[in-house]
Design a binder for this molecule. Structure first.
Ligand code: ATP
Ligand code: MG
Length: 406
């Protein structure tokens, strides 16, 4: 579990702000969920044979002996809350987003942590391909605003009417070729055959080139949904990389699945991932309600964002004497009340050291309050980038018009 220190923490908040701004424009409201749920919830929704449930959950017992899990993802929690609070009462769609920590007990490596943060979106209600498209466009929009270039990998995994027969076909193929697959895949054949498609082992990938593809078994409805989705995306100028082997690590997906991958990340290259989950709400005990969503891994995104510590901003108030320190604090407080970044030395350092600090901390201005300034009732203002100095009055400074000052 990682500590996120400044300036990374600031960059993470910046990413969150970018997302929040866009989420408001697209009409999403925040849902704030507990970080723990009954472990059962994840078994039922994510699927018993998935990596997450098999080996990645942090499970703990409460005093009553109930099994709780630190949330490995939030879609299950959103679906639970949606049903529990009858959130469809006000009509559909219900558009929700969440942001916060998730927990998975996996092998830590670059871009993979045991506590990490996701920002996710759930669009609950629509069955239309436009809804899938809009969800994908929103994810792309957020990453674009954050200057993170990604590619869209897209696939369909069918639905309850066409997937079962495809799975039988796939299973037949995998059983025949099983011995040539890696150990992990051999185990998966009987338990979760779809996941074999996703294996990154070169020898598995070789064999999978001959595997039957869901695209050849789609029912008419799933095919029409897929074609329309491609159409809408292309109309919006998005050309997806169609990857017929893309499946996701959670059982609840139907039809559309996608990943936004960065060419600039190594093995952990998926910055965001999502898809459609038309049966989940029903499985949680609600009415059949189609839905689509995605989740963005904030740490992964952060690997592709620089920290912005080079922007000069605000006023550092430098005090030359003990009397001046009190005045300096007054001035800093006044500037803050006016919404300006302002700091004052609390280390009781020399004038020179304070000036260095103003520079090191990237202030745009230093205001010097010395004996002369106190006696004369004026201030010395130094532009830290330009290095030029001029005198000004308290009123001038507090009116905030730095440029016109003399
Ligand atoms: P991966 O294939 O990378 O394990 P996943 O299929 O487990 O991903 P999801 O459950 O779809 O991922 O989670 C959505 C996003 O959350 C991922 O695309 C990734 O950016 C991020 N993510 C998932 N697991 C971790 C982790 N352990 N540490 C950091 N980020 C993660
Ligand atoms: Mg994973």
């Amino acid at each position: 579990m990682e500590d996120i220190l400044p300036p990374r923490s600031k960059t993470m908040r910046r990413l969150e702000e970018i997302a929040r701004e866009l989420l408001a424009l697209y009409g999403y409201d925040e849902i704030i969920l507990p970080v723990m749920e009954q472990a059962e919830l994840y078994l039922r929704s994510i699927g018993e044979e998935t990596d997450i449930v098999q080996k990645e959950m942090f499970i703990l017992e409460d005093r009553a002996g109930r099994k709780l899990a630190l949330r490995p993802e939030a879609t299950a929690g959103v679906a639970r809350a949606f049903v529990e609070h009858g959130m469809d009462r006000g009509g559909l769609p219900v558009k929700l987003f969440y942001v916060g920590p998730m927990f998975r007990h996996e092998r830590p490596q670059a871009g993979r942590y045991r506590q990490f943060h996701q920002l996710g979106v759930e669009l609950i209600g629509p069955a239309s391909p436009e809804a899938d498209a809009e969800t994908i466009l929103l994810a792309l929009h957020i990453l674009k605003r954050a200057d993170i270039p990604v590619e869209l990998r897209l696939n369909t995994v069918g639905d309850a009417s066409c997937r079962p027969s495809y799975l039988r076909e796939l299973l037949g193929f995998l059983r025949k070729r099983g011995e040539q697959l890696c150990g992990e895949c051999q185990r998966r054949i009987e338990r979760n055959p779809l996941r074999v498609l996703d294996c990154k082992e070169p020898r598995c990938r070789e064999i999978l080139k001959e595997a039957p593809l869901i695209h050849d078994s789609l029912c008419a409805e799933c095919r029409a949904h897929w074609e329309e989705l491609l159409d809408v995306l292309r109309q919006q100028g998005v050309e997806p990389l169609i990857d017929p082997l893309l499946v996701r690590g959670l059982d609840y997906y139907t039809r559309t699945v996608f990943e936004l991958v960065s060419p600039n990340l190594g093995a952990q290259n998926a910055v965001a991932a999502g898809g459609r989950y038309d049966y989940l709400i029903e499985e949680m005990g609600g009415k059949r309600t189609p839905a689509v969503g995605f989740s963005l891994g904030m740490e992964r995104a952060l690997l592709l964002m620089g920290d912005r510590d080079d922007i000069r901003e605000g006023v550092y108030v430098v005090a030359q004497s003990e009397t001046a320190r009190r005045q300096a604090l007054n001035l800093a407080m006044e500037l803050r009340k006016r919404g300006l970044r302002a700091e004052v030395d609390v280390m009781r350092r020399s004038l020179k050291a304070q000036m260095r600090e103003a520079d090191r901390r990237n202030f745009q201005y230093a205001v010097i309050l010395g004996e002369e300034e106190l006696a004369g009732g004026y201030l010395t203002l130094k532009d830290m980038a330009e290095g030029v100095q001029r005198t000004t009055s308290w009123d001038g400074l507090l009116s905030g018009n730095f440029e016109a000052m003399e």
